[in-house]
Structure formats: C-alpha cells, structure tokens
Design a protein around this ligand. Structure first.
Ligand SMILES: [Zn+2]
Length: 252
C-alpha cells in the first residue's frame, strides 16, 4: 500500500493516544545510549541540543506547557553531565496555518559543554513558525500530485514558500532515510517495506511509509504528524525539517 497516495488530512486520528508514545519515548531515552545510531556526528557543531517531547496539541500545551517537560533532561553529548534548568523564551507559532500566537519554550544549560538544551513539543519545528502538520500536508499533497499553487491557495501561503518547504523536506529525507530505517529495523526486523530509495522524491515516500508503519507499531495515532514522530525518534540528533527557512510568504 502506498501511504504517500493519501493526503495527510485524510488520515484518521484515533482517540486516546498520548501516553503510549510517551512510554515508548521513555524507553528510547533509557536505551538510546546503546544505539548504533544516532551519534554525536549527526549534529553539526552549530546545532544546539534539542530534545523533542510528545504533546497532543497546541491547546493542551498552552494550558500547561510545563507538564510536557521531561522530569530529567540529559545532555546529548554526555549523559553523565548535569544540565540545569536555565530559562525560557517565547516564539511564534502559526496555529492551523492561520492564527499566529506566542508560545512558551524552555531550555536547560549544560555547563560542561557550554551548550543549551532546548525542549521542543513534537509539533513545533526549529526556525519554522508553522507546525509539523502544515509542512507534512504540503509534502503529502505534493506526493499526491497536487500543484504548489493549489496547496498554497488552501493554506493561504505563497506557492514559493510551499515549494521551499517541500524541497527542504525532500532534500533532508534523502539523508535521513538510512538513519530512520536503521533505527526502526531494531524493533521491526521483519518489515517488508522498501529499504533504499533510488531518487530523492522516493526517499520521502519510503520515509513516510516507514514512519506510518512505526506509528501503528507504537500506537502513535497522530499520523498527520509523522514528522513529529520522526523528531521524537531522533531524540534531537537528527536535524530535520528545522533548517533555517528563508522567509515564509503569505499570499495576498
Ligand atoms: Zn554536556
């Protein structure tokens, strides 16, 4: 089944998710040190440490953002370091690609590394004010054959911005696929999904298919937020979908 044929807004969201993925997330944290991937080398020296946390939606986050903070923040460079709660900041977030709000963000600081560690709700992307759903919608629309103009019209953005998002996602997916598949094969060794895409656009389809299979495996029901799931899986080591953006242009 080609999951990429489905537009993301057609995915069914089931009730009752939220805690299971959090359990899996804690498991990942506890054995992440033993994984062959990701490694320190996956992050460029200019990347700040970034930890993604599971969070069902913007409203729940805004009601009480601190409930989503990890109990203990681990330094990604060295788990023996002891980061301390540092400070917070506010950033813009565009809810449902329409309403722009300020949301609180939190960060820790590791004195040993002289680096901060920021905590990101899974639906928020570094640099990008739009949520993962918006970016994912754009790329799934593109895979389904929709034009940038059509997607942009529905979102209220300029087609050039949508094209930039899609180009970045495709570009990043190509290098990300081996890491993601390597990680998922540890839990789903008998998966029959394709392993190595030949061309860049195929890499996005392969990546989304693997993420969707993984989502079912861990009961991650927010399947229009597979990029968010990918961020959770990456544990801050995969610098994805958060590259410095270029300025988004609104239509009209
Ligand atoms: Zn450190």
């Amino acid at each position: 089944m080609d999951h990429a044929e489905k537009p993301s807004h057609a995915y069914k969201i089931q009730a009752g998710d939220g805690f299971i993925i959090m359990e899996r997330y804690r498991e990942f944290k506890s054995f992440a040190a033993h994984l062959p991937i990701p490694t320190r080398g996956d992050r460029s020296p200019t990347d700040k440490m970034r930890i993604t946390v599971s969070c069902p939606n913007i409203k729940t986050y805004l009601d009480n953002p601190e409930q989503f903070l990890p109990e203990k923040v681990t330094c990604l460079n060295n788990p023996e370091h002891r980061p301390h709660h540092h400070t917070g900041w506010e950033r813009f977030f565009v809810v449902d690609h329409v309403e722009k709000v300020l949301i609180p963000m939190f960060r820790w600081y590791c004195r040993a590394c002289k680096e901060s560690i920021s905590i990101w709700p899974e639906f928020v992307l570094p640099y990008q004010p739009e949520g993962v759903e918006t970016h994912e919608l754009a790329v799934v629309d593109h895979l389904a054959g929709k034009s940038f103009v059509e997607t942009a019209r529905e979102l209220g953005y300029d087609p050039r911005t949508v094209a930039q998002w899609v180009a970045r996602i495709i570009g990043q997916a190509f290098s990300l696929v081996p890491k993601v598949i390597g990680r998922m094969l540890q839990d789903m060794p008998n998966s029959s999904l394709p392993l190595s895409p030949a061309v860049a656009i195929e890499s996005v389809k392969v990546l989304l298919a693997w993420l969707r299979e993984w989502a079912e495996f861990v009961n991650f029901t927010r399947t229009n937020r597979l990029i968010g799931l990918c961020n959770l899986l990456g544990q801050g080591h995969w610098p994805i979908w958060g590259a410095p953006p270029g300025r988004p242009r609104l239509s009209g």
